[in-house]
Design a protein around this ligand. Sequence first.
Ligand SMILES: [Zn+2]
Length: 412
Amino acid sequence: MNRLAVAATLAVLLVVLGVALAVTVPWTVLPGASPHVDVARDFTSAQVAREVAFHKAVRPPAYASLVLGLVVAGLLALTPLGGRIVALVGRGWVTQVLLGTVALTLIGRLVTLPLDAQSERVLRRYGLSTQTWGSWLVDALKGVAVASVMTAVVLLAALWLVRLAPRTWWAWAALVTAGFVMLGSFVYPLVVEPLFNSFSSLPAGQLRTDLLDMAARDGVPVKDVLVADASRRTTSLNAYVSGFGSTRRIVVYDTLVKTASPDEVELIVAHELGHAKRQDVLHGTVLGALGAAAGVCVLALLLSWTPLLRRAGAESVGDPRVIPLLLFLAAVGTLLLAPATNLVSRRIEARADVHSLDVTRDVPTFIASEKRLALTNLSDLDPNPVAYAFFSTHPTSPERIALAREWARLHR
Ligand SMILES: [Zn+2]
């Protein structure tokens, strides 16, 4: 493998990614706005105290689970232990890749399960989870199954390429991984979402007619609005867009449809129409595919360093015993990149908020809805900078309310 070629390709990908981020991310969503965030204006001290107590209880097990997961993945990757497990599960390399990935994913999930159960207990204590332990465990198993199947397919393709083209595999693997990211995002709503929830069309009636009219006025072709049976798992309120092209769908939680006023549902769907209109899922997927291709180049460079391979107990990059190392490096990389991906996500969310205001022009409902969502979901109203950087995919509710007030001021 030509390290210089890998490094040059990586540099080109990073430049393309940098330009794409600079040009396509809505860094300014509301020109002329200078939002003033003021938690105390909209939330009482008792409401803040309840949310703070909830996060004090739920964060320690969640952080511990994250750290423990990484430590175990590191142990499996940087000692011969993980490689031995891969070698134990089968004889041929294909079997070792498939079953080895399943075994390692399962081990990673099992060691963190008690801590995740502790998080679930906190969610129940605060009335956020409606699950039984049975359905919680089934969800966890389905999660492992989905993760290990998707990872195994990518790893199988990558190791096959290493064996087929020992010198240029990294270039093909970068292309194939980017392709898998695109395909994965496209088929996700059809293949993965139905494993966890059932979806039904929003029933015919005034609300449905109003929502589809609003979408038509907005110039976003929407055939249907789907309702997910989220209430069998949670009391939290949410809506989202997933897929792109022919698999794009707007989904609203049944918890939201049951409790929200028609104005509130319209406002939330208008936010999702903003995502659909700007092709945010496709945009995020293309950025993700570029990032994944760059990630493969980084991995190729790291794996060309023989001492690292030796540590993992692998003889070459094509040796299935390299898998624990790949999983660990991917996990570390994903965590390190979280502040960047969340930063981009928050800008895109803010643009969808502005879109919902442009369409509905309903600032009072926006503010009331943000308050209700924050209180019901026990959102962190003023996260510490580290939690904000690593875990906040959306602006905080006080930030969203402040932006809405600026929208009102600029559109007076
Ligand atoms: Zn959104």
